[in-house]
Design a protein around this ligand. Structure first.
Ligand code: ARG
Length: 465
């Protein structure tokens, strides 16, 4: 059947009237799935090679198809390819062009396959490539964090709980917390990649095909770990994409928390760090402003990635087996997630190595909130006082500090001794911020030596891949 624009539909045989023009535009995906063209062509080439390998195509037919597809790829990359809505999607645009270019042999490419296994293959090839790029970007950010953590291994800042000053920590230690989160993110994507890297081709529309196909052969050509095991599942499964969106959501959640801290720390109230001007912008009305736009925007972009995950889950939740047109809606949330994630990671990987710590301000802030109060309690415990009693004693000392506007380390020994005679003049060693962080010298603790050891370990870990 020829449509209103005179274009022959590749599936038009059984139809007696042209597709409604609005329906044609409404159901088309070529506007966005043309992004899969390179992968689609790669999949088609492997399919054609396999068909020749098993004798379904002659070598001449195979070569004509491969040459035609090569030429189409060149046209697409040169932006010299007219994408037609009437041809619905990337698959039929490429196939129709192949038939235009090489004639009837082009009509043989679709033997033993369907757009259903074809599109599932394309998304998997696309995601596999993107996961590799994203994981390399995570590594770049981790490198930046390790370098910065090493530089700031001794810098002391307040550690917070409830955003109230809690105990002193080293800035290096704080940075390494983000390294850990990103390490889990990297591992999650690497794990997701295993399930992405399975080949659906051969499932055809849903039931497989009656041609003597060799799926292992195609899988090997495309670098897939193995062919999938059930044709119905192969064309309907989008778990791998949902998993990707879930892993991406966790990464964005981490980057958003990271962003929030950077925004707080660049504020005049904290004034812990400086971000390079090139990662900030000014205000059109307030000349003094330097706004942390990059972290703010990354924090904001987290929403669309979470949204993509919910879209994908909802898209799949009620679909009966096997393929349904609903699945066409899988592409935009995945594409948008890939773009948002890549952009956000790139911005952070570029910016983090240039974070400048304002060490004096961090140090001064750590002195303000009685952050060594726990150290005093631990000191008393070492002198034989029970922890609960020690807690009470230190609470009283803190109350005096609040009243007289002084830190514990600024009090006279005699003042401290009125609360407990277990206090000796060696107490001041633990009341200093340096003494407090150095004392937490165990695996996972905040001591500068621990930070340096973790940086070394982190470098070895990420050098492995
Ligand atoms: N454009 C479709 C998609 O994105 C390709 C598969 C169409 N298959 C079908 N039987 N209509 O899912």
């Amino acid at each position: 059947m020829t449509d209103e624009t005179g274009q022959d539909k590749l599936w038009g045989g059984r139809f007696s009237e042209p597709t409604d023009a609005f329906v044609e535009a409404f159901t088309a995906s070529v506007g966005f799935d043309q992004r899969l063209a390179r992968h689609d062509i790669r999949g088609s080439m492997a399919h054609a090679r396999m068909l020749a390998h098993v004798g379904v195509l002659t070598e001449d037919e195979r070569d004509a198809i491969l040459d035609g597809l090569d030429a189409i790829l060149v046209d697409i990359e040169r932006d010299d390819f007219a994408w037609l809505t009437e041809l619905e999607d990337v698959h039929m645009n490429v196939e129709a062009r192949l038939i235009d270019k090489i004639g009837d042999t082009g009509k043989k490419l679709h033997t033993g396959r369907s757009r259903n296994d074809q599109v599932a293959t394309d998304i998997r090839l696309f995601l596999r490539e993107e996961i590799d790029i994203i994981n390399a970007e995570i590594r770049r950010l981790q490198h930046g964090l390790l370098d910065l953590a090493e530089r700031e291994a001794d810098a002391i800042m307040p550690g917070f709980t409830h955003l109230q000053v809690a105990q002193p920590v080293t800035f290096g230690h704080h940075l390494l917390a983000w390294f850990e989160m990103l390490q889990r993110d990297w591992e999650r994507l690497a794990d997701c990649r295993k399930r992405v890297n399975v080949m659906p081709l051969g499932a055809a529309a849903l039931a497989g095909t009656s041609y003597p196909i060799d799926r292992d052969y195609t899988a090997e050509l495309l670098g897939f770990e193995r062919p999938s095991r059930n044709s119905l599942d192969s064309v309907s499964d989008r778990d791998f994409a949902i998993e990707f969106n879930a892993a991406a959501s966790l990464i964005m959640m981490h980057l958003s928390r990271f962003s929030e801290e950077l925004v707080l720390w660049t504020s005049a109230q904290f004034d812990f760090i400086d971000l390079p001007d090139r990662f900030c912008t000014g205000s059109s009305i307030m000349p003094q402003k330097k706004n942390p736009d990059v972290p703010e925007l990354v924090r904001g972009k987290t929403g669309r990635v979470f949204g993509g995950l919910i879209s994908m889950l909802t898209l799949m939740k009620s679909q009966p087996l096997a393929y349904n047109k609903d699945n066409q809606e899988d592409k935009e949330p995945v594409f948008d997630t890939v773009d948002t994630l890549r952009g956000s990671l790139r911005a952070f990987a570029d910016m983090v190595p240039h974070i400048e710590a304002k060490r004096d301000n961090m140090f001064a802030a750590a002195r303000q909130g009685f952050s060594t109060a726990t150290d005093l309690a631990d000191y008393l415990v070492r002198q034989g006082v029970a922890f609960r009693d020690a807690h009470e004693i230190v609470g009283k000392a803190v109350a005096l500090g609040v009243e007289t506007d002084r830190d514990l380390s600024e009090m006279e020994l005699a003042e401290l001794q009125q609360f407990s005679d277990a206090i000796g003049d060696d107490v001041f060693e633990v009341l200093t911020l340096e003494g407090s962080v150095a004392a937490r010298d165990h695996l996972g603790g905040t001591a500068p030596d621990q930070v340096r050891a973790r940086v070394k370990e982190g470098r070895e870990l990420i050098a492995k891949d």
